[in-house]
Ligand binder design. Structure first.
Ligand code: HEC
Length: 137
């Protein structure tokens, strides 16, 4: 969990630095969605820690709102051109994000916070597995 928090804080700092330069460039739009996804993950986490299921659900909805762009052709603008699998991989991760976020709503509504936490872990895994593969940090 500590590692997660560090990653989230670090991401927030990264996100702040780019806010000034926004326009209709698909790349910038996608980066904006990435930051929204991070907000959403933070909101879900905060909801979980404060046992606020409403906040968790609001975070899930926010996350789901960004998945369209992750699934669209536009995602190619942020993916490396030399990796043929990258686009397929992006679509697959988007599907997984759909699946685990739907499951999280079901778990919350059934009062299964242990399952909801598993879903959160799976969601975060999708983010990091793409970042590790695709970002050249
Ligand atoms: C299919 C691949 C993929 C998935 C899935 C993905 N990302 Fe990203 N993300 C990227 C790429 C590519 C970048 C930009 C890398 C770069 O050029 O630095 C990025 C950048 C970011 C940034 C930095 C944005 C900025 O302003 O610089 C944040 C924050 C972020 N992602 C959060 C998330 C979160 C949270 C999730 C999961 C809910 C997620 N991402 C899922 C590919 C992905």
């Amino acid at each position: 969990m500590k590692k997660t928090l560090v990653a989230l804080v670090l991401g927030t700092m990264l996100a702040g630095s780019l806010c000034a330069a926004e326009n209709k460039d698909p790349r910038l739009e996608l980066m904006k969605d990435m930051r929204t996804m991070m907000d959403a993950m933070e909101q879900i986490q905060r909801g979980g820690l404060y046992s606020s299921t409403d906040e968790m659900k609001a975070g899930v909805k926010k996350l789901q709102g960004t998945l369209k762009s992750l699934e669209s052709e536009e995602v190619k603008s942020i993916l490396p051109k030399d990796q043929v699998y990258a686009y397929k991989f992006a679509q697959k991760t988007a599907q997984m994000l759909h699946m685990y976020s739907d499951d999280m709503i079901t778990s919350i509504e059934a009062g299964r916070m242990d399952n909801a936490l598993d879903d959160y872990t799976q969601l975060l895994k999708q983010c990091t597995s793409c970042h590790i593969r695709i970002r050249n940090w």
